[in-house]
Design a protein around this ligand. Structure first.
Ligand SMILES: [Zn+2]
Length: 226
């Protein structure tokens, strides 16, 4: 499907109703819609889940990439619907945040390709990372990891070239005093991107503890640990 939508930045949205059922609510999703939305087991994926997590300390994933989460991700990304982004971070806070102990010192968004960010007008992971950082009282690091502009398109490469392309595709500026971060992404599929970002961070700072905060995960939930 071609989402050829021009960059529009973030659209304002009303905050007095549930984004899904449109009933009056003081939160982005009402408690019924939140309760009905699918969740993942409370544990993080283990060996054998198929995810690439070698450089990641712990992966916290809120929900499978299914309705309504997939709808909210798409509305936020492709239509700039700010309320959909707030609904995602609201779900993350309600479902996962209190289980995360200790909290990291800062949150880092997975960077978009510069051309994609220019076209979309914003990085959805960055917006959600900033919001969660503010709510958690921890620091937001928007530029700690950036993508190199000259990275070759993934579809032009074979499997090993792809891994190298990702591994070499990021620039990192990590403060020496920083010892624990969360890397935030809206959709984690194979883990290749988050793992490559983590590898780039570890190359500069080997002792860095890197948790991943994934809003959604596309792997089969039966692959989760128990
Ligand atoms: Zn609702």
């Amino acid at each position: 499907m071609n989402f050829a939508i021009p960059p529009m930045g973030l659209l304002p949205a009303l905050d007095d109703h549930c984004l899904l059922c449109e009933q009056p609510a003081s939160t982005p999703l009402c408690h019924i819609c939140l309760q009905d939305a699918p969740r993942l087991p409370d544990l993080t994926p283990r060996q054998g889940s198929g995810l690439q997590t070698a450089h990641i300390t712990t992966l916290y994933a809120m929900a499978p990439y299914q309705w309504p989460w997939s709808y909210l991700v798409q509305r936020f990304k492709f239509s700039g619907c700010r309320a959909a982004g707030r609904a995602l971070t609201f779900g993350f806070r309600q479902r996962l945040l209190e289980q995360i102990e200790p909290l990291p010192r800062g949150i880092v968004p997975v960077p978009l390709h510069p051309w994609r960010q220019a076209r979309r007008g914003f990085n959805q992971a960055g917006v959600m990372a900033a919001e969660l950082a503010n709510q958690c009282g921890i620091k937001y690091y928007p530029n700690l990891v950036t993508r190199r502009r000259n990275t070759r398109p993934q579809h032009q490469l074979d499997a090993s070239q792809r891994r190298g392309n990702l591994h070499n595709g990021f620039d990192v500026e990590c403060p020496v005093a920083l010892n624990h971060i969360a890397l935030l992404d809206d959709v984690v599929t194979t883990g290749a991107t988050i793992n490559a970002v983590a590898a780039a961070l570890k190359a500069q700072q080997p002792s860095l503890q890197i948790d991943v905060w994934a809003l959604t995960l596309t792997v089969n939930s039966s692959a989760m640990g128990s």
